[in-house]
Every structure is written in structure tokens, then in C-alpha cells.
Design a protein around this ligand. Sequence first.
Ligand code: SAH
Length: 234
Amino acid sequence: MAEKINIFEENSPENEDEANSGFVNESYEELIKHLETDGYIQTPVIAEAFRKIDRKDFVPPELLGEAYFDSALAIGFEQTISQPLVVAFMLELLRPKPGERVLDVGSGSGWQAAILAELVGETGQVVGIERIKELAEKAKENIGKYGFIDSGRVRIVVGDGSKKMENEPPFNKIIAAAAAEEIPESWKEELVVGGRIVAPVGQSIVVIDKIKPDQFETKEYFGFSFVPLVKSKN
Ligand code: SAH
């Protein structure tokens, strides 16, 4: 049985004052400070990576005024750039390290992929998979502002991230931004032993550690909402 941890009250829209303390921020620094004060960003390297990758470089021009709000924002095609609090929470659970290979499923605007690239450093690699071609193009453009596309540190591919990727060595970490009904088997296969998956399932974020090739440990944090992981029909 997965351990269930309920953080629903903190995120509940019914509890707006508390949930959204730090919702409207004047600057990126103010947003990051709120995430630190509220305990979503806990690790100095994660704070530093957030600071380097400015969210305004990943939101559509018409929403620039809201880039530093702690909320998901529309990026077109009925998709959103994730809420900063959720990105922070998931990255703290994922703990990507320098030199690691990370798979970012549902790379959307590319914001999280760029933060991951900062965290894995020059010797690491991030593969982002996005099913909507136009968003994948946009993500490349956005991430390109930081030089990670030209250097090859980030690769964005168009496809169904719930399927096993061909010709890809295994990943140390896998993170997803769209909620599946259950964790795709392919992710467990694509993960190295000792690796970790952090992904939304329904309204929870689950953390899965690969202990042995056929042994996994799961933890569950309840109380989030995500866009659905859309599987292709074939
Ligand atoms: N990390 C992104 C989040 C984007 S929202 C950001 O901060 O911008 C989640 C994304 O997952 C959407 O862009 C959606 O198109 C994509 N998605 C949904 N199902 C998918 C699938 N099966 N494979 C790849 N991408 C998928």
C-alpha cells in the first residue's frame, strides 16, 4: 500500500487566503521567496535553479503581467504552464543531480525542462517529450533563450510520453506534468535501478523508487490537480 500524505488543505481553492498567500507577486524574486517561506522550495540548489530560469521567458506575451503569480497559466491548446508551487514541490521530491539523465513528460512551455537542465548541469541531459507539436516548438524556442538546445543539454521530442521511447538509454529520473490514471509501465522500464519517478496520478503526486529491476516503492501526496495525460490510440 502506498503511504498517503494529505496536503489538500494547503492547496484547496476553498481555502483561498491561505492557499494563495504569495499568489500575486510583483517580481520573480518575490515569488521564489514565497515558495521558500512556505516550504515548497527547501534546497539551495533548487532555489538557485529557479532563480536562473525566469518564468517570464516561458509564458505567452499576453500573460506576462501574471508570470510571477503562483498559478497555472494558459499556454494554448487547452494546456497550462504548471503552478510554481507544484513545480517546486515535485522538483524537491525528484532531487535531480548533476550528470543525471532526466525525462520530462509533457514539457509544455519548457519551463520545468529548463530548470531541470540547470539542476543536471553541463554533464547531464534532459529529454522533454510533448504530444502537441506547436507546444514542443515553443518549448524549444523558450529553452533556447538559455542556450540549452544548441548545447544539446535539452532535447525536446514530439510524441506520446506514455509509450516507451525508442533508442533511449535509461533515465535516472522521470517527471511528468500531466496526470495518468496509473503510472505507465514504460516509465518503470525506462528507469535505472536506484532511479525515481515523480508524477501525478489522479489528484495525487506519486513518488516511485526503483529498488531492484522488479521492485518499486511508492509514496503518495494527495491534493493536486493536473491536465490529463492523453494517450495516443495506437
Ligand atoms: N511542465 C509544463 C507543463 C505543461 S502541462 C510547463 O510547465 O509548461 C502538461 C503537458 O503535458 C501539456 O503540454 C500536454 O500537451 C502534455 N501531455 C499530455 N499528455 C501527454 C503525453 N501522453 N505525452 C506527452 N505530452 C503529454
